[in-house]
Design a protein around this ligand. Structure first.
Ligand code: NAP
Length: 343
């Protein structure tokens, strides 16, 4: 293999700097791809600042590219195919979750696309802010021909993380669904909920995003900092998809649920700020969800192909990653930065 070039944080809180490393030689079921695009997920910020295990760390788990080489036993992909990789690149493959194609819930924990530990040789995985990747074909997805490659990259994390709970909680016609936080995940949540046939209410802290949320497919937009607007939502919603990355007062949002409604928080805040009474008085459920296994990832890509859904992106050069991170921190992106790894 030739050396891989990328961007790495050399230490916790470190800035991303050019970094060179080696990818593994192809195993029989491996696919090597040249990376064209990689989405910038808020998780990348969390990983560099608090969750990361080992540095240098090369982030990136919304990867799109073209197959450059295949191992001897690869059967589903060929050189030249447009493919994608999401948040995981391996799992135990034996537990009940893996056998069900829900590898993200692998009982032995899936191997993360970056900062994970390779199950064969024990090395740290390095992500898609780089020129190429090598992964087992089970975790490499073919991209439907009608989807724009750059705008497909965010589907591999932001997309499946929002599509999966909407499908699990059977969102569809006749339901009113809230999506909280109109960022990378949330804007796709709005598009998916609308395409699934629900009435969609977008909740945003950013007045400047209100008009745009209608364009994404929201039927209604609520400014969540406005107490009056929040009170008017009480008892209306069947399901809420909360994508907010920070801890914030959940009670006003929970009160928007009908009796027996569910709020699924996928934003991974450090902790929840709520009163148990708000759950009790309405028999409401607070739930969460991981990104999604290989089955739902494939289903999501087919759904996107059939419904012409991709992310709204701002394409940036790797050299501009510091600006992109700073703007992402301030919720100032419409709606996902994607790195053009060929520039
Ligand atoms: P993002 O683009 O920054 O979007 C988050 C949005 O939340 C912001 O755009 C903002 O929307 C809203 N928000 C931010 N701070 C807020 C606050 N203090 N109070 C209320 N609203 C606030 O981030 P993302 O990439 O979508 O990721 C969101 C979170 O999901 C991250 O924490 C990430 O780690 C997590 N995540 C989880 C999984 C999983 O497996 N469950 C997978 C991927 C990502 P408005 O401007 O509209 O208010």
């Amino acid at each position: 293999m030739s050396p891989t070039t990328g961007l790495a944080a050399l230490e916790r809180h470190g800035a991303l700097v050019p970094f060179t490393f080696e990818r593994r030689a192809l195993r029989p079921h491996d696919v090597a791809l040249d990376i064209h695009y990689c989405g910038v997920c808020h998780t990348d910020l969390h990983m560099i600042s608090k969750w990361g295990q080992e540095f240098p760390m090369v982030p990136g788990h919304e990867i799109v590219g073209k197959v450059r080489a295949v191992g001897a036993a690869v059967s589903k992909l060929a050189i030249g195919d447009s493919v994608a990789i999401g948040v995981m690149v391996d799992s135990c493959r034996e537990c009940e979750a893996c056998l069900a194609g829900e590898e993200i819930y692998c009982h032995a924990y899936p191997t993360n696309t970056y900062d994970g530990v390779d199950r064969v040789d024990g090395t740290r995985t390095r992500g898609g802010y780089s020129s190429d990747y090598v992964a087992d074909e089970r975790f490499v997805y073919r991209i439907p021909a009608n989807l724009d490659l750059a705008a497909t990259a965010p589907l591999l994390c932001a997309g499946v993380t929002t599509f999966s709970p909407l499908r699990h909680w059977k969102v569809g016609p006749g339901m009113t669904v809230g999506v909280v936080g109109i960022g990378g995940l949330g804007h796709l949540g709005v598009k998916f909920a609308r395409a699934l046939g629900a009435r969609v209410v977008a909740f945003t802290t950013s007045a400047s995003k209100a008009e745009a949320a209608f364009a994404l497919g929201a039927h209604e937009v609520v400014l969540s900092k406005d107490d009056k607007q929040m009170a008017a939502q009480a008892g209306r919603l069947d399901f809420i998809l909360d994508t907010v990355s920070a801890t914030y007062p959940l009670d006003p949002v929970l009160r928007a649920l009908k009796r027996d409604g569910t709020l699924c928080s996928v934003g991974l805040p450090d902790k929840f700020d709520l009163s148990s009474f708000t759950l009790a008085m309405g028999r409401r459920s607070l739930a969460s969800s991981g990104a999604g296994g290989t089955n739902v990832t494939r289903e999501m890509l087919e759904f996107c192909s059939a419904n012409n859904i991709v992310a709204d992106i701002e394409l940036v050069r790797p050299a501009d990653i510091a600006t992109a991170f700073a703007r992402l921190e301030k919720a100032d992106v419409r709606y996902r930065f994607v790195l053009d790894m060929r520039r």
